[in-house]
Design a protein around this ligand. Sequence first.
Ligand code: DGL
Length: 269
Amino acid sequence: MSSTDNRPIGVFDSGIGGLTVVDAIQKQLPQEAIIYYGDTAHLPYGDKSADAIRYYSLKISKFLIDKGCKMVVIACNSASTAAYHVLTDFFSSDTLFVNVVDPLVKFAGQQQYSKVGIIATKATIASKVYEQRLKEQSMKLDVVSLATPLFVPMIEEGFYNDKLSHNIIDNYLSDDRFKDIDALILACTHYPLIRRQIYEYFDGQVDVIDSTKPTVDIIRQELERNDLLSGDDHLPTHQFIVSDVSPTFEETTKIFLNRNINLTQESIW
Ligand code: DGL
């Protein structure tokens, strides 16, 4: 007989973006408690060096492990590309790690695409991880990518689904390299907040895919495989923590998760 484990799942990102993953976890695994850490003091991660992102990720993971998390979800592409292997090296005996890159690459590779575009932060694009991993799955796949660094500050400041976001989206996506793509990969967890606008930009002719659903599928699989799912009757409480006060974060969290949240600030530096 399988046992249950009601300890929380830790989820972290530089800011609001990881909430797209939280939202998906809460819809598909409503019995799971979540401790979310938004590292707003160091936002954006996408402009930082891989070493800096690794350092932040190590500190945050230690914090979440000390809070008793049975799993840590790196709900940030910049941190997943820069820090996943370091985190598993350091903490594999303490907790399970799930990143957001592997599930999305796997999902994209299972589709019949000829040409895909990738948009992400500068750090994720510079790592070339998506391009390499997609090519490993299919040599014939044409992959084009573009860093879109304005999207994260734009979304963090609450500009989405408005004229400003529309103009910036238009400016980036009119780039010639995106001609004839079958799919656009949103390789940043902030971008699902502008997914609809991106979909409309392409008149619904391009698949716009992100890591939320594929990542939660892997989270479920990993919890099941390790006998770590919470009990069906568990009524979870969630914690939302930031490293620096952010009124926009609080506001967006409420709009996005559709309820009041109790936001606390805890500096771990
Ligand atoms: N949401 C994050 C990502 O997926 C980080 C964005 C940032 O802070 O630059 O890359």
